[in-house]
Design a protein around this ligand. Sequence first.
Ligand code: 2P0
Length: 324
Amino acid sequence: MKATAKAHTNIALIKYWGKRNESIILPTNSSLSLTLDGFYTTTSVHFSEEYTQDKFILNERVVEGEQYRRVSEFLDLIRQQAGKSLYAKVDSTNEVPTAAGFASSASGFAALAAAGTKAIGQNMSDRELSALTRQGSGSACRSIYGGFAEWEMGAEEDGSDSYAVPIAPAEHWDLRVAAVVLSSTAKKVSSRAGMKRTVETSPFYQGWLNSIPTDMSQIKEGIKERDFQKVGEVAEANCLKMHATTLGANPPFTYWHDTTMTVMQTVRDLREKGIPAYFTIDAGPNVKVLYLPENEEVIEKTLRNIPGVADIRLSRPGQGVTYL
Ligand code: 2P0
């Protein structure tokens, strides 16, 4: 009863920002992402009668506390669905350096769900696997697929129609992402706490929700047509709207640092000079820059020269979950 799976992280172009149900993680809006090849998690799950409790090893270290609790509770879901009560040893290797500014929860829960269900003997469809993964961490449900994926928010209260679906595979379009890592990245509000506070208190939140259907249909058109300007403009505006909601929250907050804004302005300046590039930002100060392969050199060089930038990590579209 052992299986190993690999999953990549993803970057949202239409952001997931808010829950309508916190316990089974149902979102207030649909979202869309690109899976990235550079950052991934490989996880082995072994269920055995010999184990007297779950064990979680991450990068060769035994994990306890909150991280262990989330993994063990997720294993409960897998056991429940399979009707089995065996404990498991989970052994994960993360190729998502914290310094790259990506959350490892997306690739982490996608790999755990895939390896865990396989190890316990369940053969799930991608949709079933995505709906299960969602309950570990929302954004993880999109990492089941390679390339572009949409997490459909669904309407059912039991979450049975809230899962990701593939929009276009990695081979469809070589859209690239430069992760701009800032020297100072301390984050005061977690994404979980940030979205909750925003949903509950920001008067701008309804405006955010109202804008999603148009953004979603436009970006899907842009992806289909490989229209970089269309995709970039929608993604950048969507990111700015998400971050605007946090300024209206009570108490107000922002994930941006001064260098975050310097990078945003540099991207706008590149466009002024005729080099197409757009930015997006998640629940943290780091910026991700979207660009096309022919501009890689100038994009990397320009971003590296910004004071306060510690590193640039380049990524291409990545594959969905694979079993090793
Ligand atoms: C996203 N983020 O769509 C958005 C954009 C952050 C900003 O998904 O509570 O770690 O585990 O469902 O998925 C970060 O939140 O939150 C996130 P949970 P998650 O990628």
